[in-house]
Design a protein around this ligand. Structure first.
Ligand code: NAG
Ligand code: NAG
Ligand code: NAG
Length: 337
């Protein structure tokens, strides 16, 4: 019977949580969401092109805001107020990166992104920021190319970072020539979005395919950034990347409230030497548990030589297994939140 005790706690906890939950939680949006640009005309125009400084938090966030705005009508059929738009996962996660100092210069050579300095600056030395580039610039440019955004593909240019410019691409055509596979996958996703007959699960399938394609390119390029971090933070980066790989096969629905709730389990600051889950005193039990779980996953993955991932992927091909996993995850989320 003792085996059932945790589950009983979980269920009872859930009942309390659902009773206490407010229907509209305002803190689900990324920091400064309201202040960020919400339409193309909020950006600078030069030679008939909108110029976006994607190395500035508000301007990067604004690209997400426009993307969410322009895709809203296709998600109306699933829920009101764009809540079920599965693109929410991207800005919500980016907001967490900003809030926790992860977009700042980890080398400390500049004040880019640091609270006392240029706090809206996004550092090209930040592993998080660089990986996110592939999950902001690319989905945005592919959306422009797909016609969803209502502007011409030649009308957008991103500004390059202060260095390592060859790691990135800056407009629709150059992104297509540098990363054809990934751009095609994002484009395919938008084609599905535009087709009103697509089911929610279809959309998730295409979204995750594009998402994983972006990450595959990005992870190859930015492994050299990990050395700028504490061992704890670098390990967290590795295990977070791995965890996202595991979230793709069950097609985790990256909707607004679910992503925001899940994110409450992530560290609220950068990890430093000495942070040892589950004993980080300024983290909640949810955050400690998630950190412990991520470390555990990383170990299992390593010791089984990826076999665990292959088994997981195979299992998640079955709809019933996906459903069960997502239900358990939901239950856990509701309980901790
Ligand atoms: C965008 O492109 C069109 C032609 O494709 C052009 O007429 C327009 O001036 C461009 N610039 C802006 C800022 O809309
Ligand atoms: C999209 O943005 C426009 C202009 O800011 C606004 O009028 C409109 O209500 C927004 N639509 C959605 C669905 O948020
Ligand atoms: C896109 O960028 C490439 C190289 O960065 C440049 O050569 C090309 O003219 C740009 N295209 C447009 C349409 O701006």
């Amino acid at each position: 019977m003792t085996f059932h005790l945790p589950w009983a706690c979980v269920i009872i906890g859930c009942i309390f949580v659902s009773l206490g939950r407010a229907s509209n939680t305002p803190d689900v949006y990324p920091p400064l969401w309201k202040e960020s640009p919400g339409q193309f005309s909020d950006y600078k125009v030069e030679d008939g092109k909108y110029i976006i400084n994607i190395w500035h938090y508000l301007e990067r966030l604004g690209t997400y805001k426009i993307l969410l705005n322009k895709t809203a009508k296709y998600f109306e059929k699933f829920a009101p107020e764009n809540e079920q738009n599965i693109l929410w996962g991207l800005p919500v996660h980016h907001g967490w990166q900003y809030r926790t100092g992860r977009l700042a210069d980890p080398t400390q050579r500049t004040n880019c992104g640091h609270e006392s300095g240029d706090y809206l600056c996004i550092s090209v030395d930040s592993w998080w920021a660089d990986v996110n580039y592939y999950l902001s610039a690319m989905p945005f440019l592919a959306a422009v190319d797909s016609g969803i955004m209502g502007i011409s593909s030649d009308n957008i240019t991103f500004l390059p970072p202060s260095k390592d410019q060859t790691n990135f691409c800056y407009n629709v055509s150059s992104c297509y020539s540098s990363f054809p596979e990934t751009m095609k996958k994002w484009n395919k996703f938008y084609q599905q979005v535009k087709s009103y007959s697509s089911s929610f699960e279809d959309l998730l399938k295409y979204l995750w395919a594009a998402h994983m394609s972006s990450l595959k390119v990005a992870h190859k390029k930015f492994g050299n950034r990990l050395k700028f971090y504490s061992k704890q933070e670098a390990d967290f980066e590795r295990s977070w990347a791995l965890f996202v790989d595991y979230l793709a096969p069950p097609l985790f629905p990256t909707t607004l409230i679910r992503t925001a709730e899940f994110q409450k389990g992530l560290p609220t600051r950068m990890l430093v030497d000495g942070d040892k889950a589950p004993l980080v005193s300024d983290f909640t039990s949810f955050q400690n548990t998630v950190l412990l779980g991520l470390n555990f996953l990383h170990k299992v993955h390593k010791y089984t030589g990826k076999l665990s991932f292959i088994v997981w992927k195979t299992l998640m091909k079955f709809k019933v297994a996906r459903k069960l996993f997502l239900e358990i995850l939901d239950l856990i989320l509701h309980c901790f939140n």
